[in-house]
Write a protein that binds this ligand. Structure first.
Ligand SMILES: Cc1cc2nc3c(=O)[nH]c(=O)nc-3n(C[C@H](O)[C@H](O)[C@H](O)COP(=O)(O)OP(=O)(O)OC[C@H]3O[C@@H](n4cnc5c(N)ncnc54)[C@H](O)[C@@H]3O)c2cc1C
Length: 415
């Protein structure tokens, strides 16, 4: 791209990818200018807090991802309120909506995603949650005496319901599925989380599709086969759409996201993409787009390493977490789980303390846990090293999980 003496890296989108890319570029000794260009009025922050502590309490602890003092000392520029229109590979520039152009030796496209919306479902009482202002606006509505509807019982919807109840509001969750989170985490963990929500007072309207949503001046009416229910406010949590406008305008290959290889390279030289907007080619799972912070950050690190002269690929089994009230849930490798994989439970899911493992041909492919992050750490090594394990060993609480890492090639695992 541009022929400048010290080529710069421009990151388009100032979120998790941008913050991590800046840090890794400097750690790996990249010497050129680093510019993060975002359309939000603030610099990078912890997006997961928006449906957790920030929503429940308004707390700012650990919220900001980059310290302005560090940015100053490390020649990292954060440009806020600066929407980007396209990347010009011909001139080696990033073109902003205000008509200005930034020279770029390399570009990392990290525009994330935006909430999926229901046509016509808008207004003062309808909420989506992706940005800091979305979360702050919603928090003001979560108060005693208010009834909050949540459309969609996935990770985001369940976290919003938990925050609403924590703040003293009533919460009602509408979902087509009969069990919360079962599609993402399996029936065992899904049932446990469903009972957790029910036990903490969340009103669950599960197993019915939503036929109609009518926003009005006094409330929002949600109609399902089970009847009509009017809530004070409705939070629509039905997934995201990747922000591919810049990629399309720049002529990049785009499918379900910007298509990149395991190094994060797009179809244009010197243009990379990572995070929620990127559909990456994973060595184990094939082309896949995921929406998890750790994945975004690790992809950013791999790209930044490559740009600093130390080529790296991203092959991680996709770790993530969600907090449901005060309960921590983690998952790993779930993009690789298939129907027919053997499902093994360790511990007591109903008591909110256990782990589910998915096994194929005697090798672990995925794991998900409730309040057992330590099991997920061991699972990561078992998956990475493809260590043979027996179903009996995984289920047996008297066998420390760490012992399975001491596998000797001559041993046959107990099934
Ligand atoms: C409420 C909420 C809770 C979440 N909780 C969890 C969780 O518990 N665990 C987990 O693993 N993941 C969670 N996630 C997902 C996680 O936040 C994302 O995976 C992560 O933010 C992806 O990072 P990113 O850099 O790709 O995108 P983002 O962090 O979204 O950053 C993209 C940035 O690009 C900006 N942008 C878009 N278009 C343009 C443009 N044309 N010009 C300039 N800037 C642009 C956007 O405004 C945004 O600031 C949560 C997400 C949300 C919204």
């Amino acid at each position: 791209m541009s022929a400048v003496t010290e080529p710069s890296v421009v990151v388009v989108g100032a979120g998790h990818v941008a913050a991590q890319a800046a840090r890794t570029l400097r750690r790996r000794g990249f010497a050129g200018p680093v510019v993060l260009v975002g359309d939000e009025p603030v610099g990078p922050y912890q997006r997961p807090h928006l449906s957790k502590e920030r929503l429940a309490t308004g707390g700012e602890g650990g919220f900001w991802l980059l310290d302005p003092v560090w940015c100053e000392a490390n020649d990292v520029t954060v440009r806020t309120s600066s929407p980007v229109e396209r990347i010009s590979a011909g001139t080696g520039e990033v073109l902003l909506a205000d008509g200005s152009a930034l020279p770029a030796g390399s570009v990392v496209l990290a525009t994330g995603g935006r909430p999926r919306r229901l046509p016509g479902v808008e207004g003062e009482r309808v909420h989506h949650i992706r940005s800091l202002s979305d979360s702050d606006r919603l928090r003001e509505r979560l108060a005693p005496g208010r009834r909050i509807g949540v459309l969609g019982g996935g990770f985001l919807g369940t976290e919003v319901a938990a925050a609403a109840v924590t703040r003293g509001a009533e919460a009602v969750v509408f979902d087509l599925d009969a069990v919360l989170l079962a599609r993402a985490l399996g029936a065992g963990i899904g049932s446990a989380i469903t009972e957790l929500h029910r036990g903490r007072g969340v009103d669950l309207r599960l197993g019915h599709g939503v036929a109609e949503v009518r926003p009005g001046a006094d409330g929002v009416t949600v109609v399902t086969a089970a009847g009509a229910e009017t809530v004070d406010d409705l939070v629509v949590c039905i997934g995201i759409v990747p922000n591919t406008d810049v990629a399309v305008a720049s002529g990049l290959a785009v499918g379900n996201g910007v298509e990149v290889d395991a190094r994060g390279r797009t179809s244009l030289p010197a243009v990379f993409a990572a995070g929620d907007v990127a559909a990456h080619d994973h060595p184990r799972y094939g082309r896949i787009r995921v929406e998890h912070v750790d994945v975004a950050q690790q992809q950013a690190s791999a790209i930044a390493s490559t740009l600093a002269g130390r080529p790296a690929t991203f092959a991680d089994p996709h770790w993530f977490w969600t907090d449901q009230f005060d309960i921590n849930v983690q998952g790993l490798g779930l993009g690789g789980v298939r129907p027919g994989d053997v499902v093994i439970t360790r511990g007591d899911l109903a008591a909110l303390n256990g782990t589910v493992f998915w096994l194929r041909d005697g090798v672990l492919v995925g794991a998900a846990s409730i309040e057992r992050g330590e099991d997920i750490s061991v699972a990561r090594e078992l998956i990475d090293l493809e260590i043979p394990v027996g179903a009996g060993q995984l289920a047996d609480e008297s066998v420390p999980l760490e012992d399975l890492l001491d596998f000797d090639d001559d041993e046959v695992p107990v099934s």
